[in-house]
Design a protein around this ligand. Structure first.
Ligand SMILES: C[S@@+](CC[C@H](N)C(=O)[O-])C[C@H]1O[C@@H](n2cnc3c(N)ncnc32)[C@H](O)[C@@H]1O
Length: 292
């Protein structure tokens, strides 16, 4: 499953946030409110990779009365009242005139796109005197570590020789009227092994789903296990794609300094990057500000 498909599936479920710390959306309104305080009233704002509109809503809620446009390469985006949201737009090819926006922002979005092209495009559509701001995943933070651990846990389930693929194979065998006790044993062993390991919300859900369809497989028509195992595989692969992208998008200090250099190359003047932390002091994001 590619990135567009994985994010489209995610936003279709009605999610509004993508960055969670200790199970709750990471609070970014404070840092953005201070940033928006420096923007002119009524400015036209472009939210790059807006997704479920978490940052779009913060911009709309600011008392300066911005007009907000959000773009994202997902195939469909849930509407945000008061904003124009444009799906199927890649950050590498923004469909706007040069200097079309007074403020260009991104929250956990710019770093997912091609580094050179997305910065060039963001700078191109920013008007003279305009402001640029971006929150970027921090590579050394707890969030990045948790994401990588989650990715590894998911991969154990979705591997070609993992228990979900085995359930799909068992389901196909049931459709042919064959019994495969070897697969049943392998799946049960995997479920037992996973029950002794630390899980997160996603893998706990996936394992619960797998245990349930295995337990009920003989109660329903023969296609039941094959269909449900396939659905489970697609869902878990979507999670794995998104979390893998997040792991790759996380940036070190060196990467961030290069990003600031790129902004300068494209005519912006960048402030020194700052680190945004959670309540426990762990680094979650870099905050980059620049002006043209
Ligand atoms: C972690 S989510 C952040 C969404 C939102 N800004 C937020 O704060 O919740 C990353 C978003 O980047 C989008 N994305 C990734 N690569 C992209 C690209 N090359 N062009 C446009 N959007 C992209 C994804 O579809 C997804 O919605």
């Amino acid at each position: 499953m590619d990135g567009e498909q994985a994010w489209t599936r995610y936003w279709r479920t009605g999610q509004q946030h993508s960055c969670f710390v200790a199970g709750a959306p990471f609070e970014t309104a404070t840092v953005w409110s201070e940033f928006f305080d420096g923007a002119p009233a009524g400015a036209s704002v472009l939210d790059l990779a807006c997704g479920g509109g978490a940052l779009t809503r913060i911009a709309l809620g600011h008392p300066k009365g911005f007009s907000v446009t959000g773009v994202d390469f997902a195939e469909a985006l849930a509407p945000v009242e008061g904003a124009v949201l444009m799906p199927r737009v890649r950050l590498e090819a923004l469909p706007f005139e040069d200097g079309a926006f007074g403020v260009v922002i991104s929250q956990f979005g710019l770093e997912y796109a091609d580094a050179d092209d997305s910065v060039a495009q963001a700078a191109r559509v920013l008007a003279g005197g305009g402001l640029f701001g971006a929150l970027i995943h921090h590579a050394e933070g707890e969030l990045a570590r948790a994401a990588e651990a989650g990715r590894v846990r998911l991969q154990r389930l979705t591997d070609a020789d993992g228990p979900v693929a085995a359930a799909a194979e068992l389901g196909a065998a049931m459709l042919r009227g064959e019994s495969r006790p070897d697969l049943v044993t392998a799946i049960e062993q995997a479920l037992r092994a996973e029950s002794g390991r630390q899980q997160d919300q996603t893998t706990a859900w996936g394992l619960g789903f797998l245990a349930e369809i295995m337990a009920k497989r003989s109660l329903f028509p023969p296609a039941y296990l094959a269909e449900n195992a396939q659905t489970l595989m697609v869902e878990l692969q979507g999670f794995e794609t998104r979390i893998g992208q997040m792991v790759r998008a996380a940036r070190s200090e060196n990467d961030i300094l290069k990003l600031c250099d790129r902004l300068e190359t494209h005519g912006l003047s960048a402030h020194p990057p700052t680190v945004v932390r959670d309540q426990g002091g762990a680094a979650i994001a870099w905050f980059i500000r620049a002006s043209r």
